[in-house]
Design a protein around this ligand. Structure first.
Ligand code: R5P
Length: 300
């Protein structure tokens, strides 16, 4: 595997523990102003420092994320349908590789809709995107989307969809958790990350994250269960405790409750972080005058 590809994957799946905590905020690409994500910057800013990578569209990246933040970007590059349109599966690739590079994406994300009217189109698009992205050492994350259907999320269907994504060359697959999830993981030769799905009570969402990882997922790419929570920062920190801290559900939920009681840090954490990443005056490392090594005048 090329150095660039490996390095970009390592920004998403941390090599220290082979785990990933992604924050998904790409919902607007077909849902418009989703509840609690109406003003993307407001939702994203306090969470940025707690995730390993951020999944979004180029529009939200450019308008709502401070470019001085070092958070790696997983850029959604597919779209073309809306929740009120005829068929959600009718997606195409909407972002050029050039623009993805300009935006410093560390991975490209797109959906495939296995079993839908447009499955061929989305699967062929995945294959083409992988070929193009690999030329530049950029990994592709394939999302096994289920459209408006919710009855299809069983291990048999998800194993099929994940395996097809991997066979087309996806470097990471994002899918849904289900009963017998180990089977989905077992038959998919690339790392699997799970989506959180619809908002559920915090403890249940933590349990979902815990069970996914226990069954072999390398991490989560959660959205609604974090920023639709009444306490998004405590929630992402509790999810983090599961993903990177090996916490069990009880410990993570206790942490969540404890953090909820704590006074929120005054104003936005973003300002604080930006301040921290400003280059400091480093007087002590300024090159000193080294008179003794100046070439001496040679009078001869
Ligand atoms: C859906 O297609 C989007 O890619 C979302 O990023 C994904 O569903 C994860 O978000 P959530 O945890 O809200 O399901």
């Amino acid at each position: 595997m090329d150095w660039g590809l490996q390095n970009r994957i390592a920004q998403i799946i941390k090599p220290t523990d082979n785990r990933a905590l992604m924050l998904a905020v790409d919902h607007g690409y077909f849902l418009g102003p989703t509840e609690k994500l109406e003003v993307p910057r407001k939702a994203i800013s306090p969470l940025l420092k707690h995730c390993d990578s951020l999944m979004l569209t180029r529009g939200v990246q450019r308008t709502s994320v401070n470019p001085k933040f070092p958070t790696p970007i997983v850029l959604r590059v597919s779209g073309g349908s809306s929740i009120i349109g005829a068929d959600l599966s009718n997606e195409e690739i909407t972002v050029s590789i050039k623009d993805a590079i300009r935006l410093n994406a560390c991975a490209l994300a797109m959906s495939i809709f296995v079993g839908s009217k447009y499955e061929k189109q989305t699967i062929v698009n995945l294959g083409k995107l992988v070929s193009e992205a690999e030329e530049f050492g950029i990994p592709v994350l394939a999302v096994t989307a289920v459209g408006k259907e919710i009855g299809q999320k069983d291990a048999r269907y998800l194993s099929l969809a994940c395996r097809i994504a991997a066979e087309q060359g996806a470097h990471i697959v994002k899918t849904y958790y289900c009963k017998n999830f180990e089977k989905v993981v077992e038959s998919c030769p690339v790392p699997i990350i799970i989506a959180g799905g619809k908002k559920i009570p915090e403890r249940d969402a933590l349990e979902l994250a815990y069970n996914s990882i226990k069954s072999g997922a390398v991490g989560v790419d959660m959205g609604r269960n974090i920023w639709q929570s009444d306490n998004p920062v405590p929630m992402i920190r509790a999810v983090r405790a599961i993903v990177h801290g090996n916490s069990n559900v009880n410990d993570a939920f206790t942490l969540y409750q404890k953090l909820c009681k704590e006074k929120p840090v005054k104003n936005s954490l973003v300002k604080q972080k930006i301040k921290n990443i400003q280059p400091k005056k480093q007087n002590n490392i300024q090159p000193k005058k080294q008179n003794n090594i100046q070439p001496k005048k040679q009078n001869r």
